[in-house]
Design a protein around this ligand. Structure first.
Ligand code: PSV
Ligand code: MN
Ligand code: MN
Length: 426
């Protein structure tokens, strides 16, 4: 199914008056405060987040997965689904592929379909945390870190293949997340596995085209529960430094122990020009992969405050590659992704409202209360009219989730693909 711009315009026309009133009221208030409303809207219009190919099917845990009907069965279907997200929001113009879950069959057809939906191919993800069909060696005891050279070699070769696939599609970066680690004390020699990982990553880095970037993702635990080789930002940062200039750390919001100050990690990495990639999600306990902003919206806002500050201040840091890494088993994934995209834009817009000059002034005065007020005032502003205006300007839907429901998109997808279709990959 393909939505038309006309359909969206008709839907917008029905809601335009209410929007206009809300927008005018907010814009007037913000302009009086000296805020560059037009500038903020332009930034919102240009914000694009990649959708991972694995988030479009019914997610789940090892305890169960529940089909919801009309699931994408092929990579082509997944690109169509992202097309729906993109035409509604105008902020989901990229796909991130996980290999081998989503290997293209016909490259030209895939590229054509993506460009039809104005979608580009963002970072490609390698997968050495599962054994692959027909491969000689198992990753049960690690991949890039493995004590056996031939297993490390196989994992390195897999990354080369992923780079090759990405090149054919126009991707410009490789994301490596390793589950490598141990479940019991004594299972691994910490120094040996770290050195092996560094050597393997360097080989992968050297193999990348000169225009490519390498993102090294960290995670404290799961699936290994005693130790993980790349457990934290420090380890990732160190490995990225060893690889070279075009290697960066990737922050996934769910990959931190409870109460970690993620915004400070973001600030530190940007200060050193090493924040390369970003995976959005939310969590209560661990790597829960819940909808962005559903549990800790204030934490997300504080993180965006550092991202906005860093993007303005640390010109040596590239604009991070944004991606949503969320999926679970009770919501329609498209509705879930629409909510995540909305939450990201809300936090971004709120962070853009912060008066950085006033904040700095009050930091000099050590006026702690006012510093806190400045942040909370921005956080407590309902910025949704600004986001709606940005969408209106780019022909997106004023309220994408509402439009998704009104257009009965899921029903159409079920009619097209059937109730029992199953997502490819995973
Ligand atoms: C691992 O938990 C992770 O965050 C990595 O980004 C993987 O590629 C992704 O989830 C999918 O399992
Ligand atoms: Mn991730
Ligand atoms: Mn994760």
């Amino acid at each position: 199914m393909k939505l038309s711009v006309n359909q969206i315009q008709e839907y917008n026309n029905e809601n335009i008056q209410t929007h206009q009133k809300e927008f005018d009221f907010l814009a007037e208030k913000l302009i009086k405060k000296g805020i560059d409303v037009a500038g903020i809207i332009e930034k919102l219009e240009n914000f694009n987040v990649a959708i991972p190919s694995w988030a479009l099917g019914a997610g789940g845990t090892r305890f169960g997965r529940f089909s919801y009907g009309g699931e994408p069965a092929t990579l082509e279907d997944k690109i169509d689904d992202i097309g729906i997200l993109n035409i509604l929001t105008k902020s989901a113009g990229a796909i991130s592929l996980h290999i081998p879950w989503d290997i293209p069959n016909d490259y030209n057809a895939i590229k054509e379909k993506a460009s039809d939906h104005n979608i580009i191919f963002d970072s490609v993800n390698s997968n050495t945390f599962q054994d692959q069909l027909h491969s000689k060696h198992s990753y049960k005891f690690g991949s890039l870190c493995n004590i056996h050279k031939e297993i490390r070699e196989q994992a390195i070769q897999h990354n080369f293949e992923v780079i090759n696939i990405g090149e054919k599609l126009g991707s410009k970066s490789l994301t490596v997340w390793l589950s490598d680690g141990s479940n019991f004390p004594g299972q691994n020699n910490f120094q040996t596995v770290l050195n092996n990982t560094a050597e393997s990553l360097k080989k992968i880095y050297r193999h990348m085209p000169n225009s490519w970037k390498l993102y090294i993702e960290y995670k404290p635990y799961e699936p290994n529960f005693y130790s993980t080789v790349i457990q934290d930002w420090g380890t990732s940062f160190m490995l990225a430094q060893e690889c070279g200039e075009r290697a960066y750390t990737l922050v996934d919001l769910g990959h931190h122990l409870p109460n970690t100050n993620i915004e400070q990690i973001v600030a530190t990495l940007m200060n050193k020009g090493k924040l390369g990639g970003f995976h959005f999600n939310d969590s209560k306990y661990g790597d829960d992969d819940l909808t962005v902003g559903s549990v800790k919206p204030y934490a997300l806002f504080l993180i965006f405050n550092e991202l906005v500050y860093g993007m303005n201040t640390n010109k040596n840091n590239p604009v991070p590659a944004w991606m949503i890494d969320a999926s679970h088993n009770i919501k329609d994934p498209l509705e879930d992704l629409l909510q995540s995209l909305e939450a990201i834009l809300i936090a971004y817009a709120q962070a853009l409202l912060i008066d950085q000059k006033q904040l700095e002034k009050n930091q000099y005065k050590n006026d702690v209360a006012i510093c806190q007020e400045i942040l909370q005032d921005a956080f407590r502003t309902d910025v949704r009219p600004l986001i709606r205006q940005a969408r209106l300007n780019t022909n997106g839907a004023l309220n994408p989730l509402e439009a998704f429901k009104i257009f009965k998109i899921r029903d159409y997808l079920i009619k097209e693909r059937g109730l029992k279709s199953k997502a490819s990959g995973l």
